[in-house]
Design a binder for this molecule. Structure first.
Ligand SMILES: [Zn+2]
Length: 310
């Protein structure tokens, strides 16, 4: 969804600066620094969300400094407007990872106003090659698509190597190790597909669709419902009724619920699902606290498989 049409919250307060403090905390053991005692200046990397930021850190190891513009699990990234602190980070960035697809247009705007035209900019949607389906809207939540994430990992590795040729080997090794850990996630999707392929689900927003589609599940939610929720618009009474009926009529096995975009209408969907005994699977747009990308996606698949098995 283009930010221009979204609700905007200008976060020019110190609260938004406090969010940044949490950005650097999720690296775990694993990334390879490439050895050598005297580490050169770290490569300045900015990612629009902590999802891409986590992946960049995993590939860059201790040769990078990563700033993630959005990392608050309680905030809807669609309605984010970035602040001066991030503006400064972007003006100095050597490598930038943006989502693209209209999700985080502020990144390009801020690069321009910060006169940074030398950064290597990786646009995940562009890397994915995904486009809007006939008559539909592009699903920009490409970090739920593991083949795309693998491709972006390679691009990040290449961009870092350009900025820090001494780390090239380490970046390649780290990207390969990361991609190897995506394979079990894809295998998990295949497993769900085998057990539950063709079963229906409902969603509140398109966030999880690449994952549910790869898992063979059929989204039965009226498009006007999920699109309105994502845009922050009202759902017409007819569409709402049609959406809520999915649960009572047992047309779906689970409701996959975006916790980061909720309101009275999604609450109604959640209540209807619960009343009908349909499991609710919460998902988010950004990393939950204390989780890295791989752990997060493992939990998402566990929750989905658990709900379908009920
Ligand atoms: Zn979204």
């Amino acid at each position: 969804m283009p930010l221009s049409t979204s609700r905007r919250i200008a976060l020019l307060t110190s609260a938004s600066l406090a969010l940044l403090a949490g950005c650097g905390s999720s690296s775990d053991s694993g990334p390879d620094s490439g050895g050598g005692k005297s580490t050169p200046a770290r490569v300045a990397v900015v990612a629009s969300t902590n999802v891409w930021g986590d992946i960049a850190r995993r590939i860059g190891g201790d040769r990078v400094d990563v700033t993630s513009v959005i990392s608050d699990p309680d905030q809807d990234p669609h309605s984010y407007e970035a602040d001066p602190q991030n503006q400064l980070a972007l003006s100095k960035a050597k490598v930038v990872v943006e989502n693209g697809g209209g999700y985080d247009d502020f990144v390009d705007r801020m690069l321009k106003s910060g006169h940074n035209d030398s950064a290597e900019v990786i646009n995940a949607v562009r890397v994915s090659g995904k486009t809007a389906p006939e008559g539909g809207e592009l699903n920009e939540h490409v970090w739920y698509d593991f083949p795309t994430v693998a491709q972006v990992a390679d691009r990040i590795s290449a961009a870092l190597a350009k900025a820090d040729p001494g780390g090239a080997k380490a970046f390649t090794r780290n990207a390969a190790a990361f991609k190897a850990k995506l394979a079990p996630l894809e295998a998990r999707e295949a497993q769900i597909k085998k057990a539950h392929g063709g079963e229906g689900i409902a969603i509140t927003e398109p966030v999880p669709l690449y994952m549910t589609e790869a898992s063979g599940l059929v989204n039965r939610t009226p498009a006007q419902f999920s699109e309105a929720i994502e845009e922050g618009d009202d759902v017409s009474p007819r569409v709402l009724e049609e959406s809520l009926a999915l649960f009572g009529d047992k047309k779906v096995k689970a409701l996959v619920y975006n916790e980061q975009t909720s309101g009275p209408q999604t609450a109604k969907a959640e209540a209807a699902a619960k009343a009908a005994g349909i499991p609710v699977v919460p998902v988010t747009e950004t990393l939950p606290k204390g989780k890295d990308y791989l752990g997060w996606m493992t939990s998402n698949l566990d929750a989905l498989a658990g709900a379908l098995a009920k």
